[in-house]
Write a protein that binds this ligand. Structure first.
Ligand code: NAD
Length: 478
């Protein structure tokens, strides 16, 4: 037990910190604990915040180029360690090893790319009397809170922007997936000054402590809409800056002119990649009536070729659902569909009390829009597909959601697809693809999918306060 508790440590002030009691971390493919993460007390958080505040003073003064070089080096280190970190990520998160490696390399690439972004500055008056400059200055200590579906890339997207902009960070991973993040932060400590990047792990009490903490100036949160609202309420007490990346119920709209066999695999992975646990996964598939049956058959055929299992095993393409709570949520929706007599063309059955949180690929055939499987975010391998007849109708149905994260439109007629895309109320729309994101593209939700954006110049600016600096020239005072 002692060994297991020592294996994964928090990092505060550049030092490893363990706790006497740990939180169990479960391998979702087995449904059993395999390691422990530290369970921070409030005093650990206070220490991490104090350490970040001390480090902030020096970090903000460093030249931009020095900070950018350090963040770039962090990215390189993550890429070098991707093989080792991926083993941990697969065990705690469940995703196949190749996907785990891709996530960690992606986190590294993200750090490198954010390190090359420059904060824009401008001069709005340069006259005989005065010079007025607009500057973007760091905010202070950033509390970064990550979810369990892409724990590493989402955490390091925040860390990279925060550090490039001159802030220090206290990072909190999800209690379901703390291990890879703890190890990754430890691996970066010889690159960064002590206290610039701290990580704390713990049970459900830690998130509220962090968002209420008077020593934190900004919260960057990725997680569910319900928790995002709690974060916003809690941040209000000291008027912290907030960026909220929240849930989605993302529509894909398939027009009748597509090449069915060509797009079926793309539509499949749009919905089922990472076992459907992606904020921007296709969660409502709208297909034109003329091709509805053909798309349905192609999806079912494709689904039958996909291998589900323990992500650590060779050849597995989809792992389990990440945790017991999420398993219950997804099978609860499947149960509800069965009770309503809805038709599953794939999956639709599940076993409770089996080892691991496995849910089969499940596709529901034409459920009414107001049933929970359509109206709510499942966040698992469960996809409702619905037919439509007119463009106006499908746009109204796609927009009929409190969420507005992403959407996709599929057609050979690009102008027609763009015309549909422009009418969708969401932060990102893809035409004839999904999930293409780069560090240059701002990403964020409309409506209850979030507030603010991450990435791109716009994302970087969210880690700054604006300062207007006006100098009246001596000659003007004469
Ligand atoms: P969650 O909201 O349960 O937890 C997210 C994080 O918040 C975890 O670290 C958790 O410990 C912490 N937390 C929980 N309660 C808190 C509180 N009261 N105060 C502060 N922090 C608290 O979300 P989850 O189940 O981990 O993630 C799944 C959700 O995240 C889905 O809704 C998904 O769509 C969303 N998500 C959104 C994006 C995006 O970019 N928009 C990306 C990934 C996931």
């Amino acid at each position: 037990m002692k060994d297991l508790l020592d294996n994964f440590a928090m990092t505060i002030r550049g030092e490893r910190r363990t706790t006497a009691q740990g939180i169990e971390v479960i391998n979702p493919a087995a449904g059993r604990a395999f390691a422990f993460a530290p369970d921070a007390e409030k005093s650990h958080l206070d220490d991490a915040v104090a350490s970040a505040r001390e480090a902030f003073r020096g970090w903000r003064q460093r030249p931009d180029s020095v900070r950018r070089d350090a963040v770039h080096a962090c990215g390189t280190r993550l890429i070098e360690c991707a093989g080792e970190l991926a083993q941990i990520l697969t065990r705690e998160q469940g995703k196949p090893l190749g996907d785990a490696r891709e996530e960690i390399v992606g986190a590294g690439v993200w750090c490198q790319a954010m390190a090359s972004q420059l904060l824009p500055g401008s001069i709005v008056e340069d006259s005989a009397d005065r010079l007025t400059e607009i500057r973007h200055v760091p905010i202070g200590v950033v509390g970064a809170i990550a979810p369990w579906n892409y724990p590493v890339i989402l955490a390091f997207g925040k860390v990279a922007s925060a550090l490039v902009a001159g802030n220090s960070v206290v990072l909190k991973p999800s209690p379901y997936t703390p291990l890879t993040t703890l190890k990754a932060v430890e691996l970066l400590q010889d690159i960064l000054p002590p206290g610039v990047l701290n990580v704390v792990s713990g049970s459900d009490r830690l998130g509220p402590w962090l968002t209420e903490h008077e020593g934190i100036d900004k919260i960057s949160f990725t997680g569910s809409t319900a928790t995002g609202k709690a974060v916003m309420r809690s941040a209000a007490t000291s008027l912290k800056r907030i960026t909220l990346e929240l849930g989605g119920n993302d529509p894909a709209i398939v027009l009748p002119d597509v090449d069915i066999n060509e797009i079926a695999p793309h539509l499949f992975w749009a919905a089922f990649r990472n076992s459907g646990q992606i904020c921007m996964a296709t969660k409502r598939l709208f297909v034109h009536d003329d091709i509805y049956d053909a798309i349905k058959d192609a999806l079912v055929r494709y689904a039958s070729t996909v291998r589900i299992g323990d992500g650590a095993l060779e050849g597995v393409q989809l792992g389990p659902v990440q945790n017991a709570r999420q398993f219950e949520r997804v099978v609860g929706l499947i149960d509800d569909c069965n009770k309503r007599g809805l038709n599953f063309v794939a999956g639709g059955e599940f076993r409770r009390n089996a080892p691991g949180y496995f849910v089969p690929i499940s596709i529901v055939d034409n459920p009414p829009d107001d049933t929970p499987v359509v109206a709510e975010e499942a966040f698992g391998p469960l996809l409702p597909m619905m037919s439509f007849q007119t463009i106006d109708d499908v746009i109204a149905r796609a927009n009929n959601s409190p969420y507005g994260l992403t959407a996709s439109v599929w057609s050979k007629n690009v102008p027609a697809a763009k015309d549909v895309a422009r009418q969708l109320d969401c932060g990102t729309v893809w035409i004839n693809e999904v999930h293409h994101l780069t560090p240059l593209m701002p990403f964020g939700g409309h409506k209850q999918s979030g507030l603010g954006v991450e990435s791109g110049t716009e994302g970087l600016l969210e880690y700054t306060n604006t300062q207007t600096l006006t100098t009246r020239h001596a000659t003007a005072m004469a």
